[in-house]
Write a protein that binds this ligand. Structure first.
Ligand code: BG6
Length: 506
């Protein structure tokens, strides 16, 4: 049980997909685990007209369909705490009724003044809703804390992010703002900190003296599905790199924090963002690769190309794949290249961080050896969450041939322990008031600043190619050229295994 024993949780955009798939199932899981305040109410707010009863029914189905936790025994009790209010988001006169509804719910459900406002709406409303809430005093904390949770994207580029920042900070304090980056809520992303800072064996090697390069991949096998409209004005760089991937980079590269205090951790994360070596616009074509998926056949089935997707312009130049090479200019990482890539319609869904260690100064053993060029530490964020160290071992028999073998840990071996979803973790932290796993304004701005030359170049420099790549492949082959050393490539961990699909070994 958390200290705060009263709470109203208000979700703006309550009829949307995120509410059904992630937010309400995660709140139900917290309810089952007795991690919600006893006096708890959920108010869904959206444009559509629903009665409380209708909304409750749709949340009941959502909890059953998008099951987060294997316990349906208390769904009735949970949905009794759910209410609904319709709104015209951009109409200031809609907000007084919200305040009145909150006041009456507080009396009816004894939920006090502590309130979370979760914005799961189109990004164009991220400035508007908080401003209107403040205009009716719903940002004021005299009767309990008020917190605002904002989904990504935080702005579309640096100028729009700055504008949004100014809009929000006019009426709300930085401490009230919780910017969700759901990658930070992933158990395995947090485990990066524990792997690094609780093990004496890794940290001494975690620097330029021993690390050759760092590789981070976040691949998806799906295309844009039904989100073509949104995605076409975003693209892989804005959708995945600006937020999720750069946050993973920061946790991989940060210095040890002085304590687990949220500001100690976030300060170290921020320093990484500040240390990204700026990319010059004229360099973009050498250090950034973009691609767009083409129609192809996957496992015998034809799949359409990006430009044929619903909501996507037929001549769209939006990238569905992005890869970057860059440096972090500080004492730990000086000269170590970081390679990151993400894409849709790649061979499989896999997110991992690979630390490639430098090879030994001289290779003593047989030239018949089948080894990778250096030791690797693979931190698998999803799926088959786990960690592997790859190292050389003598092939049994005559001579001194070496082969690469794995020392590995899989989360699935911890059979007793359930891994909470990212949303469950982040929703809980925001209720507790723990900001550690939320992105701070300055970080977001630094990330936009870092990517601005790439964004500008991809928008305007005609000589920078947008490569097509067949769906089901690892993106444009030019991505391999980012890695200068001829003998090295990206880790391509997945094998095609008959029709059952693609298996990605750690
Ligand atoms: C979202 C992006 O933030 O992250 C999506 O908007 C992407 O395009 C998703 O598919 C990936 O998240 P996960 O948790 O499935 O890796």
């Amino acid at each position: 049980m958390i200290d705060n024993d009263h709470l109203i949780y208000v979700i703006f955009g309550a009829s949307g997909d995120l509410t059904k798939r992630k937010l309400v199932p995660a709140l139900y899981a917290l309810f089952i685990k007795k991690l919600l305040p006893i006096n708890f109410a959920l108010l869904g707010v959206s444009r559509s007209e629903f009665s409380d009863a209708e909304f409750r029914e749709s949340m009941r189905s959502a909890i059953t369909e998008f099951k987060e936790i294997d316990d349906a025994s208390r769904i009735d009790e949970f949905v009794e705490k759910v209410y609904y209010q319709s709104i015209r988001f951009d109409d200031p006169s809609s907000y007084l009724p919200i305040r009145q509804r909150l006041t009456s719910l507080r009396e009816q459900t004894k939920t006090g003044g502590n309130t979370v406002f979760y914005l799961s709406t189109p990004p164009s409303l991220y400035g508007v809703i908080p401003q209107h809430l403040a205009s009716v005093g719903l940002n004021r904390q005299d009767d309990g804390w008020k917190r605002l949770i904002i989904e990504k994207p935080f702005g579309y580029d640096l100028p729009s992010a700055l504008e949004l920042k100014d809009q929000l900070l006019k009426d709300w304090t930085e401490e009230q703002l919780y910017r969700i980056d759901h990658y930070l809520g992933k158990e395995t992303v947090q485990n990066l900190l524990v792997t690094r800072f609780s093990n004496g064996i890794f940290e001494p090697l975690w620097n330029r003296n021993f690390v050759h390069h760092v590789e981070i991949t976040s691949a998806e096998s799906l295309g844009v599905e039904k989100r073509g409209g949104y995605y076409d004005s975003s693209g892989a760089l804005r959708d995945m790199v600006q937020n999720h991937l750069l946050q993973v980079v920061a946790l991989t590269a940060m210095e040890p924090p002085s304590s687990l205090d949220p500001s100690a951790i976030r300060n170290e994360i921020f320093k990484v963002f500040q240390s990204f070596r700026p990319i010059k616009r004229e360099e973009v074509k050498h250090v950034a690769i973009r691609g767009q998926y083409l129609a192809s056949t996957i496992k015998g089935k034809p799949v359409i190309g990006y430009r044929q997707e619903q909501g996507v312009k037929q001549d769209s130049v939006t990238e569905t794949f992005a890869a970057l090479k860059f440096y972090i200019d500080n004492w730990r990482w000086g000269g170590v290249p970081f390679y990151i890539r993400t894409g849709k319609r790649l061979p499989t869904r896999v997110t991992e961080v690979v630390i490639h260690f430098k090879p030994t100064p001289h290779f003593l053993f047989s030239q018949n050896s089948v080894i990778q060029s250096g030791n690797q530490l693979v931190i698998r964020i999803q799926p088959d969450e786990g960690i592997v160290v790859k190292f050389g071992m003598k092939t049994p028999g005559a001579g001194f041939d070496v082969q690469t073998v794995n020392m590995e840990f899989h989360y699935s071996d911890l059979s007793e322990q359930r891994i909470p979803s990212a949303y469950e973790r982040l929703i809980y932290d925001a209720i507790k008031g723990d900001t550690t796993l939320f992105a701070r304004t300055e970080e977001v701005l630094e990330a936009w600043k870092f990517l601005t030359p790439v964004i500008d170049s991809w928008k305007s420099d005609a000589e920078v190619p947008l490569y097509g790549y067949p769906s089901g492949t690892w993106g444009p082959e030019q991505t391999d050229d980012l890695i200068e050393e001829k003998e090295m490539t990206w880790r391509h961990p997945c094998k095609n295994l008959s029709d059952d699909g693609v298996y990605c070994e750690l």
